[in-house]
Design a protein. Structure first.
Length: 197
C-alpha cells in the first residue's frame, strides 16, 4: 500500500511539474512571437488546470495576436467569469468591443468596470473614444481629461483629445496635444504637419 501511495504521489507531482512547464513554455513561445505554439502549450496546461486565469488570459492574448478574436474574446470572458474584477481581461474586452465589434456602448460598459476596480488612463481613453464615436463629445472630452489627470504621460489620450479638438475647430489646442503626444514618442507627424502650421 505504501508503494502505491508513493507511486501515486510521484505521478501527481510529475503532472503538476509538467503542467507548470507547459505554462512556462507557453509564456516563452508568446514572448518569441510563436503564438500557435503558445496556444498549444497553454491549452495543454489548462487540461489539468482549467481555472488558471493567468493562463486563460495569456492564451486569449495569443489568439488575439493571431487575429483569432472570437476565441480571444471567449477566453477573456471566461477570465471575467472566474474573476469579475480582472482588469486585464475587462480592458481587453472593452478594447475588442471598441476596435473590432464597434459596439461603443459595451466598450464603455467594460471600461467603466475597469475604472471601478483600477482607474487608469487606458480605460478612460477607450471610454472617451467610444463617446466620441457615439457623438457624445462633452462626455468624450471629460473622459480624455480624466485619462490625462490619471496619467499625464499617456500619449494616446493626447492624440485622441487632439483629434476631438480638431473636430471642434480648436486647432491650437489640438496642436498642443499632438506636440505632447510626439514628445511621448507617439507617431503623430502627419497630424503635426497638417494642423500645426
Amino acid at each position: 500500500m505504501r508503494q502505491f501511495v508513493f507511486i501515486f504521489l510521484t505521478w501527481a507531482l510529475c503532472l503538476t511539474g509538467c503542467s507548470n512547464d507547459q505554462s512556462e513554455i507557453g509564456d516563452r513561445m508568446f514572448r518569441k512571437g510563436n503564438y500557435e505554439q503558445a496556444i498549444a502549450a497553454y491549452t495543454e496546461y489548462l487540461r489539468l488546470n482549467p481555472s488558471d486565469i493567468k493562463t486563460i488570459y495569456n492564451r486569449g492574448r495569443a489568439y488575439q495576436e493571431l487575429g483569432k478574436n472570437e476565441k480571444a474574446l471567449e477566453d477573456f470572458q471566461r477570465v471575467i467569469k472566474e474573476d469579475p474584477l480582472n482588469v486585464n481581461a475587462l480592458l481587453s474586452v472593452s478594447n475588442d468591443y471598441f476596435n473590432r465589434l464597434r459596439d461603443y456602448e459595451n466598450a464603455i460598459f467594460y471600461a467603466d468596470k475597469v475604472l471601478k476596480a483600477n482607474p487608469n488612463a487606458i480605460a478612460f481613453t477607450v471610454k472617451g473614444k467610444s463617446y466620441q464615436k457615439m457623438g457624445k463629445l462633452t462626455e468624450a472630452m471629460a473622459a480624455y481629461n480624466d485619462a490625462l489627470s490619471t496619467n499625464d504621460s499617456y500619449a494616446d489620450a493626447y492624440l485622441s483629445r487632439g483629434s476631438l479638438f480638431i473636430y471642434l475647430n480648436q486647432y491650437n489646442k489640438a496642436c498642443s496635444d499632438f506636440q505632447r503626444a510626439k514628445a511621448l514618442d507617439q507617431e503623430v507627424s502627419q497630424y503635426i504637419e497638417k494642423y500645426c502650421k
